[in-house]
Design a protein around this ligand. Structure first.
Ligand SMILES: Nc1ncnc2c1ncn2[C@@H]1O[C@H](COP(=O)(O)OP(=O)(O)OP(=O)(O)O)[C@@H](O)[C@H]1O
Ligand SMILES: [Mg+2]
Length: 383
């Protein structure tokens, strides 16, 4: 029985040709980059895409990048994951390669790379747009490098040739920046809200039509995917459930994907409380989880803000004799815990205070979390 028409279309690298319910954000990007598209002398653009996990940040930036390249053949879009390329020189290296460096760039300093990049762009009359995904990584490890990158070419006469789209899950990132950096990004912020139930239903429909033979994914199975994903507003979870559900059906030789295949898929993505996950997270991730669980327990609230959690984490660190990490590092730990399914970070509008991020513990009683983590921390103390 054939299940997948094109399995590739559910792979993490694949970027769909359109993004339902992100049309407004795409046209906002077009507005920001209008000078690039019309081929007027370009102004340097700094955009910042912010949104929770699976809201389509990476897909939006990549799709926009490819549309830019189509609209104007002088534009190159290069997408860099700053978790992997966290320093200016490795980002510049990627950029120089994307523009087509004629000579090897190994062993050059970042000044040399910057100069090389600018003269390449000048010579080829090209405009470069760099998507800096997981921008937190860069902000944390090379804050000075960001300035250098943004200012590249600014001191030079002639056209600006480099623009940036920074991408992050951290809604409070502007507050983590110093004033001049904030000033550069402030006017170009795009918030991606979590997808609603209806929106995810459309997304699931579209992704199924690309990946599966007609009728293979039952309506019941689709509905379950939408139910599960809408609890998180997370399209990545939906896509992953579709793919894994399809694989279960394929392996069983089933003619269709049923809700049971989706339930199996869900169980394999986030198996219920995993002690072993708790054992391999780092000490500071444990301290953070412990602080979250304690605060949720004592406050009797369903969620706490990430700034409250940071304070609680500092107290917990002090109590257990560890030096607390800086806020950006703390935020990286939060994202890892979220990726492991141990916490949920939700972005909510906090009225006059703007958007804030809140932390919840999905499906694990805080009391059990406190007990488990405390035991693990004590055990590591004894070692
Ligand atoms: N509007 C949409 N239509 C179709 N597919 C979408 C849409 N939004 C997101 N997706 C798909 O959902 C998955 C997750 O999207 P993406 O990787 O862009 O999320 P993200 O916001 O970058 O998440 P993270 O913070 O984890 O990096 C991808 O497979 C993407 O193609
Ligand atoms: Mg992403």
């Amino acid at each position: 029985m054939r299940i997948f028409k094109n399995e590739e279309k559910l792979s993490p690298e694949y970027v769909p040709p359109r993004l339902p319910h992100r049309e407004r954000e795409l046209s906002l990007l077009e507005t920001f980059f209008s000078s690039h598209i019309t081929g007027q002398p370009a102004v340097s653009v700094r955009a910042l895409i912010v949104g929770a996990v699976g809201t389509g940040k990476t897909a939006l930036s990549k799709l926009f990048g490819s549309r830019l390249e189509k609209a104007n053949s002088a534009i190159r879009y290069v997408h860099v994951n700053c978790k992997i390329h966290a320093t200016l020189s490795s980002i510049l290296k990627k950029a120089v390669e994307a523009v087509g460096a004629p000579i090897p760039v190994r062993g050059l300093s970042s000044e040399e790379l910057g100069g090389r990049l600018m003269s390449l762009l000048d010579r080829k009359k090209m405009l470069l747009v760099i998507g800096l995904d997981e921008f937190d990584g860069f902000l944390h490890s090379d804050p000075q490098g960001i300035y250098t990158l943004l200012r590249l070419g600014e001191e030079r006469s002639g056209e600006t040739r480099i623009s940036v789209i920074a991408i992050t899950r951290n809604v409070e990132i502007l507050e983590d920046m110093d004033e001049s950096l904030r000033g550069m990004f402030q006017a170009g912020v795009i918030y991606l809200e979590e997808y609603s139930y209806r929106q995810l239903a459309d997304i699931v429909e579209f992704r199924c039509s690309e990946a599966f033979y007609p009728g293979v994914m039952t309506e019941e199975a689709k509905g379950l995917v939408v139910d599960m994903a809408s609890e998180r507003g997370d399209a990545r979870y939906a896509v992953e459930l579709l793919w894994r559900g399809g694989k279960y059906a394929e392996n069983e030789g089933a003619p269709r994907v049923t809700p049971e295949h989706i339930r199996k898929a869900a169980a394999s993505i986030y198996p219920s409380v995993r002690r072993e996950v708790l054992t391999y997270i780092s000490r500071h991730e444990k301290l953070l989880l412990l602080a979250a669980a304690r605060l949720l327990l004592s406050s009797e609230r369903s969620r706490i803000s990430s700034s409250e959690l940071y304070q609680a984490y500092r107290v917990t660190c002090e109590e257990l004799g560890s030096a607390p990490k800086a806020y950006t590092r703390f935020w990286e730990h939060m994202q890892r815990l979220e990726d492991l399914g141990l916490i949920r970070i939700k972005i909510e509008s906090g009225g006059s205070r703007g958007r804030r991020s809140f932390v919840t513990l999905p499906g694990i009683p805080a009391s059990i979390m406190v007990r488990e983590i405390s035991a693990l921390l004590e055990a590591s103390e004894r070692e």
